[in-house]
Design a protein around this ligand. Structure first.
Ligand code: SF4
Length: 337
């Protein structure tokens, strides 16, 4: 059965929904075939990307499916322990239900246990190697890769880490009910904000029309995350969300550009773990430039070399993501040369 399931994951093209979009079946094979023991399965419910609430929605309404996905993975790779990483902000709403599922799993005489790890608030805690460090009681910052967690994850052992939505999809593939949909979180200036489950290959335009979220005024969207997502103007929304969390944030074109930029940069500066200089100093310098009160204009020329350094030399995806919303906003909405 487990081998069949790996084949099914491959045919259904199940990919990681935490942002990396790596094929799930490749991770399963790597961990299953790793010689070292014990092996671990981790469900990552960190979800700290701005404007993203799909994992919360899944865990609030269908947590059994997520646990089923974890259990299938543990069976397949022969893991004795599963760990559920819970975003600390979700604890009040979700913990009781998750505790019940952990208890049920242990009472059913299975050969493994699932426990809950409550993560301290930090965006970088969602990065899988930073999460592993936090779970081991170390400083929550990313590790150098390789080795990848599939070879040397928690306490140096092979570890399979998936996002909540990925485990949900896995359970649906196993049940034969997977229908090629993904979860989108829509927020901002539309009339019907919320989490929607719609075909993964739909364009942003299709999603906005289907959910009644096309604004009457001129607008643009940020897609793939409320901080790191790419910005598209109104004429460009016949595109799919290529990567990221499935978030779509709708902005009116009339919004103050400086306010929008500050919203992103304040987030990155706050969430930078401080491990590498380009990100630690670069986000701070961008913040200083944008907070300069004497000038109302945006200092693009001074920002550009900082963005360049962030993109080319940051240690992890957080720092490398900073230029994505800023540059796409500049090019696609402000149409700066
Ligand atoms: S890029 Fe930022 S978040 Fe990533 S390691 Fe460097 S300082 Fe930390």
């Amino acid at each position: 059965m487990p081998i069949d399931l790996i084949e099914k994951l491959k045919s259904a093209n199940i990919i990681g929904r935490g942002g990396a979009e790596y094929p799930a079946w490749k991770k399963w094979i790597a961990v299953r075939d790793a010689a070292k023991k014990p092996k671990y399965v981790i469900c990552n419910a960190s979800e700290r990307e701005l404007a993203t609430a799909k994992d919360f929605h899944i865990l609030e309404s269908m947590p059994e499916m997520v646990f089923r996905g974890m259990e299938l993975a543990m069976d397949c790779i022969d893991a004795k322990e599963g760990i559920f990483n819970l975003n600390g902000d979700y604890e009040r709403n979700l913990k009781k239900n998750l505790d019940r599922l952990v208890k049920e799993a242990s009472e059913q005489g299975r050969k493994y246990t699932i426990k809950i790890f409550e993560e301290d608030p930090s965006y970088i805690g969602g990065e899988e190697t930073a999460l592993l460090n936090a779970m081991e009681g170390r400083r929550c910052e990313p590790r150098l890769k390789p080795p990848f967690p599939t070879d040397a994850g928690l306490f140096g052992c092979p570890t399979l880490i998936h996002n909540v939505e990925t485990f949900y999809d896995i359970a649906r593939v196993a049940d034969g009910t997977y229908d090629g949909k993904r979860f989108y979180t829509i927020s901002g200036e539309g009339d019907h904000n919320g989490v929607y489950h719609l075909p993964a290959d739909w364009t942003i335009e299709q999603i906005l029309k289907e959910t009644g979220n096309v604004p009457k005024q001129d607008f643009f969207v940020q897609a793939g995350g409320g901080a790191s997502g790419t910005v598209w103007n109104q004429k460009q929304i016949k595109t799919q969300i290529a990567r990221g969390s499935g978030a779509i944030v709708i902005h009116l074109t009339s919004e103050d550009p400086k306010k929008i930029l500050l919203h992103w940069v304040e987030f990155f500066a706050r969430e930078s773990c401080g491990k590498c200089t380009p990100c630690r100093e670069g986000t701070y310098q961008l913040l200083e430039l944008l907070r300069e009160k004497k000038s109302k204009t945006i200092p693009w020329r001074q920002m550009e070399p900082i963005l360049d350094v962030l993109e080319k030399t940051s240690f992890c995806a957080l720092g490398r993501s900073v230029p994505v919303p800023i540059r796409s906003y500049l090019k696609n909405v402000l149409q700066y040369p």
